[in-house]
Design a protein around this ligand. Structure first.
Ligand SMILES: [Zn+2]
Length: 167
């Protein structure tokens, strides 16, 4: 799966995307995280395509409920606002997915996806034996770090190093 495929699959979410393949803001999402981003976008779009209950502006105060007369309905179902992604990228070994028009529910979905990505090798998708590369910090398993010749530290070593630096 490629970033372009996800953008094409969710045109409403990526309506601000104008086909600029060199742009780091859009193409900074590593391959190993794309299934998570795909699941996130699927959940967001399904939510945006659903309706929500709102007070009926045409409600006749004190009227008896009549299923055939909408003016007697205290609440009505209205479409949700479309959430739009304005930027997605990798930063400090984490996913950043910035949106417009989100509510708390969508924010929760994004937080969950960010948490999963932080615990997923950005190359091979494994969730075991993870650590970080030095330099441009990325989350990888040791094997995927060494293939690219990057200096790799396990999470334990990384934590020790940063604790020592702080002391
Ligand atoms: Zn890996």
């Amino acid at each position: 799966m490629k970033t372009e495929e996800i953008i094409a699959k969710y045109p409403k979410i990526f309506q601000h995307y104008e086909g600029n393949p060199g742009d780091v803001n859009w193409f900074g999402v590593p391959k190993g995280w794309l299934p998570v981003v795909d699941a996130l976008c699927g959940a967001i779009q399904k939510y945006c395509d659903s309706t929500e209950s709102k007070p009926n502006p045409d409600y006749l105060e004190g009227s008896a409920y009549d299923p055939r007369d909408p003016r007697t309905h205290r609440y009505i179902q209205v479409p949700r606002k479309q959430v739009v992604c304005i930027q997605m990228k990798e930063k400090f070994a984490g996913l950043r997915f910035y949106t417009e028009g989100h509510d708390e529910t969508v924010q929760g979905m994004i937080s969950l996806a960010e948490h999963i990505c932080s615990n997923t090798c950005e190359v091979c998708e494994t969730r075991e034996g993870l650590g970080y590369t030095k330099g441009w910090i990325t989350v990888r398993c040791q094997n995927c770090a060494e293939i690219d010749g990057k200096v790799w530290l396990s999470r334990e070593d990384w934590k020790d190093m940063h604790l020592n630096r702080a002391n």
